[in-house]
Design a protein around this ligand. Structure first.
Ligand code: MIC
Length: 649
């Protein structure tokens, strides 16, 4: 019996704890990544630890999110990050080089290693036989400063793949959409999905990347693929064959749970508005009118993804029903390849707008669709308003469904098309990317690098001690599945304030409750009450930093998403749970709640009496792990670490 690869890598990196699902563990981290929208805050928090140089083998900062330069804010951030990278020994990937997940897979991912990244889709590097986990900026900063990464030990779900995809119309996207269809956006919480079985060898490295990227949509901790012949030839093409080590994934008997997927039986799937878990077969949606179709961007922007679309569109034009269509390659290498294969011209001539390799429309960085209309996208998320249009109707699909729909202007089933002639992938030229990833500056030169801070770059707000008793008002009663995009919205306007917490706080809950920040100011802070899966989606710690800035001291929910739960803890907001979920219904806007004996959490207390004015007493509880108890009582991770390790004299 083969042992689970995920468990083997976890074991190799275990610094503290036992590999028992749910128990607190700490892992040695080999690599970190951050991008510009999360990286400025991560870097400023790293500075607080007074460490002279990053303490991991490889740390990279990518500029790929806030790439619109319509005023000084984003370019100031880029200049800051370039200088920070130079000063502290990170690699710096310039804007235009590509999306962090793609470039990391091309240039840095390595079998058997661990990667912690300030972006939820860091999981994409799991395609290379490594454990790759998304985290908040502060957790990544702590790893860069040499601390291990703390997390609840995940369970391992073995996903057995049988047979082969019916290409070109059934694609890797349909595998991950199938998992989302079965399990929904909450169905991967606390788990690493390990892919195995006879169908695996038929999936290319970038197809595996598609699945690993979107494992984040299940709320999972990560995805792991083996390092096999496919991985070896990918690394060889990247001029990195020496980074290869063969690693097999596990077999029946070594997993906590199993899933079985017959690749040959899959049909094209589509996630309907406005959740990646809202998945149905394309048949149910055929004929839905569209105004926009977008391919590429954060996921499905590999050579093969774009080439199939180019081949379908060759010699045709976009339907007149559409207002626009876009294509975004994942990296400068892919842009180079589609240029040489003719795909670029195929797309261009068909009328597709060719965008630069960056996250772009996936995070509402341009290309918002017309009001109230349907946009079909090969992206990973369709939370309400994420596209930049408040009443958007975003559908998520594979590249072949997108290509078929570009021809017709309505959602279409690609299986009705004639077989396309897909141009083979031209040999990769990794230097087109590598040249623009600036190397870490040697330590002796680095010490003298000055770090320019533009006027929008403000220091991270100081964390505050947690009082033993909190008597505050309920600022909002929110439903299930609140995303971090509800808390700290996507899009060019808001994301330009990622380096300025007081400013970005004014956009908290903008799409759901415009008055929230004003109310929080007037009431001197308060509590958020929410349903299950609170904080699903991205890793952005701004979804915790901004409420903290507005005086939120606790979130009381039916359940939390993994990364956001940890971000709350790290930023000094207590994540509490209802002992009796029916008590959620007692919550009302404006009520005063008194939560007592909060400091007893650090002594092992699990139940907190809470008085709701005019209603009575309820019991709140929590699922904090031993160190997390101490972190919340200290008022956040920075305060906790400083208390543990007094600053050098
Ligand atoms: C996303 O896809 O939601 C993002 C934008 O990449 C985020 C990171 C961010 O908000 O900066 C993520 O996935 O963590």
């Amino acid at each position: 019996m083969m042992a689970s690869l995920a468990r083997t890598i976890l074991e190799d990196h275990l610094e503290r704890g036992e590999l028992v699902p749910g128990q607190e563990i700490a892992l040695r981290v080999d690599q970190t990544l951050a991008q510009d929208a999360t990286g400025t805050m991560a870097c400023m928090q790293f500075e607080l630890f007074g460490v002279d140089r990053v303490q991991v083998e490889t740390a990279v900062v990518y500029v790929d999110h806030n790439i619109l330069q319509i005023d000084f804010k984003n370019p100031d951030d880029h200049r800051f990050l370039q200088a920070m990278a130079g000063r502290y020994g990170l690699w710096f990937s310039r804007p235009g080089n590509g999306i962090c997940h793609y470039v990391h897979c091309e240039r840095f991912a390595m079998p058997g290693k661990t990667l912690v990244g300030a972006d939820s889709h860091t999981t994409q590097s799991g395609s290379c036989g490594m454990i790759a986990i998304g985290a908040g900026g502060l957790d990544v900063a702590v790893c860069m400063a040499g601390h291990p990464f703390e997390l609840p030990c995940p369970k391992i779900v073995g996903v057995f793949l049988e047979n082969e995809l019916q290409r070109p119309w059934i694609q890797a996207k349909d595998v991950i959409l199938e998992l989302l269809r079965r399990r929904t956006v909450r169905g991967g919480r606390g788990a690493i999905f390990e892919f195995t079985g006879p169908g695996l060898s038929t999936l290319s490295y970038t197809e595996r990347g598609t699945i690993a990227n979107m494992i984040a949509e299940l709320g999972a901790t990560g995805a792991v693929f083996p390092a096999d012949d496919e991985t070896r030839s990918w690394l060889a093409e990247q001029g990195r064959e020496e980074d290869f080590t063969a690693l097999e994934t596990g077999d029946t008997g070594d997993f906590d749970e199993e899933e079985h997927i017959d690749l040959a039986a899959l049909v094209p799937l589509v996630a309907k508005p406005s959740s990646p878990g809202n998945v149905v077969p394309v048949d149910e949606l055929v004929g839905t009118e569209l105004t926009q179709v977008c391919i590429g961007s954060s996921v499905n922007s590999s050579y093969e993804d774009l080439a199939v679309c180019g081949a379908v569109l060759r010699g045709h034009e976009l339907s007149e029903k559409l207002v626009s269509a876009t294509a975004t390659p994942g990296s400068r290498q892919i842009l180079d390849q589609i240029t040489r294969s003719g795909t670029y011209v195929d797309l261009l001539m068909a009328g597709v707008r060719m965008l630069e390799p960056a996250c772009g429309p996936c995070v509402g960085m341009g290309q918002a669709p017309p009001s109230g209309s349907a946009s079909l996208r090969t992206f990973n998320r369709n939370f309400p308003g994420r596209s930049g249009t408040a009443d958007d109707q975003v559908y998520l699909c594979s590249p072949s469904v997108a290509a078929a729909s570009m021809l017709t202007g309505v959602i279409s089933d690609p299986r009705e098309l004639p077989a396309p002639e897909i141009p083979p992938r031209p040999e990769a030229r990794p230097e087109v990317v590598q040249r623009h990833i600036l190397e870490p500056v040697p330590a002796d030169e680095a010490a003298s690098i000055q770090i320019p801070r533009g006027p929008n770059i403000k220091p991270p707000p100081a964390q505050k001690a947690l009082p033993d008793e909190l008597k505050m008002r309920v600022l909002i009663v929110a439903p299930d599945d609140i995303s971090t995009g509800d808390l700290s919205p996507d899009g060019a306007t808001v994301m330009a304030y990622r380096s300025n917490v007081p400013a970005i706080a004014e956009f908290t809950f903008q799409h759901r409750d415009k008055e929230f920040p004003k109310r929080a100011h007037e009431w001197g802070g308060g509590f958020i009450v929410a349903g299950d899966n609170y904080g699903q989606g991205s890793s952005r710690e701004h979804a915790a930093l901004a409420p903290a800035q507005l005086g939120v001291r606790a979130v009381i929910a039916k359940g939390f998403a993994r990364i956001h739960r940890r971000n709350l803890i790290a930023q000094g907001i207590v994540p509490l749970l209802f002992q009796d979920q029916a008590d959620y219904d007692k919550a009302e806007l404006g009520q005063t709640w008194t939560i007592s004996r909060l400091h007893s959490i650090a002594e092992g207390e699990d139940e907190l009496e809470t008085e709701i004015e005019g209603v009575g007493t309820i019991t709140l509880t929590h699922d904090l792990l031993p160190r997390e108890r101490e972190i919340v009582v200290a008022g956040g991770l920075i305060r906790y670490l400083k208390e543990q390790q007094p600053a050098p004299a």
